[in-house]
Design a protein around this ligand. Structure first.
Ligand code: ATP
Ligand code: TPS
Ligand code: MG
Ligand code: MG
Ligand code: MG
Length: 323
């Protein structure tokens, strides 16, 4: 997008400039009542109805978390916000606001960035959160960093640490879809679109987090890296073992079909695939499960780790950076 004479062409961020870009990203937006001030000043002012603020952040890097030839800018924007709102849900919180850090090369096209912003606004407003501020800077590659704030509505947070032996283990949301989509895209295909879109932008069950909190969930986590990997964090924090029963896991027909087409094991995607941002939680009894939650296992005595049908899983339980 840089022309032969070295000057940036008109629709690049370098030509538009930092403040022109910010204007394009935030113009004409409606905000929820929790946004008291922002974006536009040195910092935003956000209402915290509960008196406490739940805060989380996740960074998405081009080539690591998404590819511009796999996803639309709108999908990348939605994903960057969704992964953060899922973390709020996993604490039992309702989102109030998001802040966006954006780094990109000077030759990045302005329509790409306005579409990315469109996706972030769309996902934030879907969850009734405001986009209250951010930052834009020059970098060698596209990086999107989102911080999200949430409200607990007077309830205690549901941490990773509260599971007790005898609790039941349950999930709400899809498992394995984004991993199947990643396998499809990685082999150069673009369909089936269901799993591919699940990889491009997750649809976490936001409302299931607060619902689980109200129902008395003892511990909760969102599945970002893989079911077994993330259950490992919950088990460790709670000082318990967790056993997953494969006969209780839903392996959706779509995953079976994609698995046969690619010669891959769909159950492995369900057990270890990240990025769908389903919620996993423990509850004192089956009767406590809110609508949409399905039991997948049980909480065992300390130091038994995470097992699948009573045995350790032989392969990696999920994504880990630098591994
Ligand atoms: N650079 C950091 N400084 C301080 N705390 C951090 C840092 N990176 C991660 N953490 C904290 O470590 C914990 C685990 O982080 P992690 O990113 O794995 O959680 P997550 O965001 O739920 O998962 P994922 O990033 O896979 O979606 C979180 O409480 C997070 O706030
Ligand atoms: C281009 C491309 N290559 C690989 C993947 C797979 N991937 C990347 S990060 C991650 C776990 C969650 O990340 P984090 O722990 O940072 O939240 C997974 C499963 C992808 N999405 N895009
Ligand atoms: Mg994180
Ligand atoms: Mg998380
Ligand atoms: Mg992770």
């Amino acid at each position: 997008m840089v022309s032969a004479d070295g000057r940036a062409s008109d629709d690049t961020v370098a030509a538009l400039g930092e403040f022109g870009l910010i204007r394009r990203m935030v113009a004409d937006r409606t905000q929820p009542a929790t946004t008291l001030l922002g974006p536009g000043d040195d910092a935003a002012l956000v209402a915290a109805p509960d008196g406490r603020v739940v805060a989380t952040t996740d960074v998405l890097v081009s080539g690591v978390h998404f590819r511009l030839d796999w996803s639309s800018p709108e999908q990348i924007g939605r994903k960057a916000v969704a992964v953060n709102l899922a973390d709020l849900a996993a604490m039992g919180a309702v989102p109030t606001s998001v802040l966006v850090g954006l780094a990109c090369p000077g030759d990045t096209s302005v329509p790409l960035l306005t579409e990315l912003a469109e996706g972030m606004w769309a996902e934030a407003s879907r969850a009734r959160a405001g986009l209250v501020g951010g930052d834009v800077v020059r970098a060698e590659q596209l990086v999107v960093s989102v911080t999200a704030l949430g409200d607990l509505g007077g309830r205690p947070p549901v941490t990773r640490a509260g599971a007790r032996p005898g609790d039941i283990l349950a999930v709400c949301g899809r498992l394995g879809w984004a991993a199947a989509g990643l396998a499809v895209l990685g082999r150069g295909f673009r369909s089936p679109v269901g799993v591919v879109n699940a990889q491009r932008a997750p649809e976490p069950p936001y409302a299931a987090g607060p619902a689980a909190a109200v129902a008395g969930a003892t511990a909760m986590i969102d599945i970002s890296d893989g079911l077994l990997a993330d259950l490992g964090h919950l088990a460790e924090a709670s000082g318990v073992g967790l056993d997953v029963r494969t006969e209780r896991l839903r392996v959706d027909r779509k995953l079976v079909d994609v698995g046969s087409a690619l010669g891959a094991d769909p159950l492995h995607w369900v057990l270890t695939g990240g990025e769908d941002h389903a919620l996993a939680a423990t509850f004192p009894s089956f009767a406590d499960l809110p609508e949409g939650w399905e039991q997948i296992g049980t909480v065992l005595l300390p130091d038994t780790g995470v097992t699948v049908d009573g045995s350790p899983y032989e392969r990696s339980g999920g994504w880990e950076h630098w591994r």
